[in-house]
Ligand binder design. Structure first.
Ligand SMILES: [Zn+2]
Length: 486
């Protein structure tokens, strides 16, 4: 039913807005083909192993291949060219645990009930790791943040071995040893390794020599310390282009270091001899505002493109055609169905449950077969605190904030204004700066209805708060991560 409704939305939008391009076709034959196992790649093409790399707070357009600063991400740029890059992928929220939970369950935050970092994944959610463990995969994870700590968050469901290692160099060293000497070595079992890096999350530490190389001549008064960025936000200080670039250079320098870790992981995988049979997936939990809205740099208060637009790359040498740049609008809910289909673990088409009555909300993005690929539904949804919702099409982004909710800006109190209704024309205003809601009543009406129907179609998950001790709460506060809904 839900899928039918969305197909209807897409058709409606394509007609009414002229916007959807290759959105859901509604073609029954195409749907049949998608459900037909013969239309999928044969077992010989399937990967045996999965290496999933996620990077916290990594805004897609700061990567070199996606329009970012030159030399910020040389290895990730190569990775994008080595397989399929989905260049218009969006996260559901600007917050780590809710977005990662969506990634791992193919369900939206309102359904999982995880709308904040201080809540936890319900035991009866079915995660990617659980699906893979069910069919015999060895499942291991290393995450560089206590926000994803096991037991409290429950995000570790399905992992045989799950570790929080906050020192990312050590985490990488440990993964290199696994990749070189253990990963893919058991002929009877596939391997799944998930790595979650924390940089370039705040605070923006200028990593040398990269930061100076990116911005060698800055002589202005600003730096990228928390104090400076909080003052700019609270006092609404206008920066000139040089000042802003200096701060972004620090953020970018952290990406450059992550790029080095990615290079080492991929070298270790190559030296293991199992590169050809391993699907590599690279993405992020959310992006970063970086002064695009309300003089704010971070992410938890925002639901704009700056914080929802994330990279999404799939690589398997010899199986996934190289050099694919896909501009269809897709979401993090699409990652799990794509991985499962690619690994031959689940043949469930979108919207059909094979997980205890809980439908996966995403689509298989079919990175192996551009001919077979049907675009997503041409919509992407965002939400904030269960109070503000957004929907984007290729041409529009609409925000509905009926109660006039103002998010508690974190980590400092300041003014983060979201109007009751906002509409942006992405064809002329891709950074979503000029609210033209008064000029397009027809579009607003259509998109408001899409949002209402979408929310009505979701299962409503019950939220469960984590049991946090005082020390953990303090840590979350320092990260700017204890927030409320008011
Ligand atoms: Zn995050």
């Amino acid at each position: 039913m839900w899928r039918l409704v969305l197909v209807l939305f897409a058709v409606l939008l394509a007609g009414a807005l002229g916007a959807c391009g290759e959105a859901a076709s509604g073609n029954p034959q195409e749907d049949q083909d998608r459900a037909d196992p013969a239309a999928r790649p044969g077992p010989e093409a399937r990967a045996r192993n999965l290496l999933l790399i996620t990077v916290d707070t990594l805004r897609a357009d700061h990567l070199g291949y996606a329009g970012g600063r030159a030399a910020v991400s040389p290895r990730i740029d190569e990775l994008a060219a080595e397989g399929a890059s989905f260049d218009q992928c969006h996260a559901p929220m600007g917050m780590t645990l809710p977005s990662v939970t969506t990634l791992m369950t193919s369900r939206y935050p309102d359904e999982t009930g995880v709308r904040r970092n201080s809540q936890k994944v319900a035991p009866d959610e079915v995660t990617l790791a659980e699906r893979l463990a069910d069919v015999g995969f060895r499942t291991r994870a290393m995450v560089a943040t206590s926000v994803l700590q096991p037991h409290a968050s429950n995000i570790e469901q399905g992992f045989d071995d799950y570790r929080v290692i906050e020192q990312e160099g050590w985490m990488t060293d440990h993964a290199i040893q696994i990749l070189k000497h253990d990963f893919g070595k058991d002929p009877a079992r596939g391997d799944f390794l998930w790595m979650h890096y924390m940089d370039p999350h705040q605070p923006y530490e200028a990593v040398e020599p990269f930061a100076s190389a990116f911005d060698p001549d800055y002589a202005g008064p600003w730096d990228a310390t928390e104090e400076s960025l909080q003052r700019i936000f609270v006092e609404k200080i206008d920066l000139d282009a040089d000042d802003l670039d200096h701060i972004k250079a620090a953020y970018d320098s952290q990406i450059r270091r992550i790029d080095l870790y990615v290079r080492w992981l991929l070298m270790a995988l190559a030296s293991s001899g199992h590169e050809q049979e391993t699907l590599v997936v690279f993405t992020a939990d959310h992006g970063e505002d970086l002064y695009d809205h309300n003089h704010f740099f971070y992410h938890g208060s925002s639901l704009y493109r700056s914080v929802t637009h994330v990279p999404l790359l799939f690589r398997q040498p010899g199986t996934i055609p190289t050099g694919q740049r896909v501009t269809d609008l897709v979401e993090l809910v699409d990652v799990m169905p794509t991985i499962l289909t690619h690994l031959g673990v689940s043949a469930a088409p979108p919207g059909v449950s094979d997980s205890g009555g809980r439908p996966l909300r995403g689509h298989d993005l079919a990175p192996t077969d551009p001919e077979r690929r049907r675009a997503g539904r041409g919509l992407a949804f965002a939400q904030l605190a269960g109070r503000v919702y957004g929907v984007r099409t290729p041409d529009w982004f609409y925000v509905s904030n009926p109660s006039g909710f103002m998010p508690k800006s974190i980590p400092v109190e300041g003014r983060y204004t979201i109007e009751r209704r906002e509409l942006y024309d992405l064809r002329t205003d891709p950074r979503e700066q000029v609210n033209i809601v008064e000029e397009h009543a027809d579009v607003v009406q259509q998109l408001e209805r899409v949002l209402t129907d979408w929310k009505g179609s979701l299962d409503q998950g019950a939220s469960q708060d984590q049991d946090l001790d005082a020390e953990t709460l303090r840590m979350l506060e320092q990260l700017g991560y204890v927030e409320d809904d008011h």
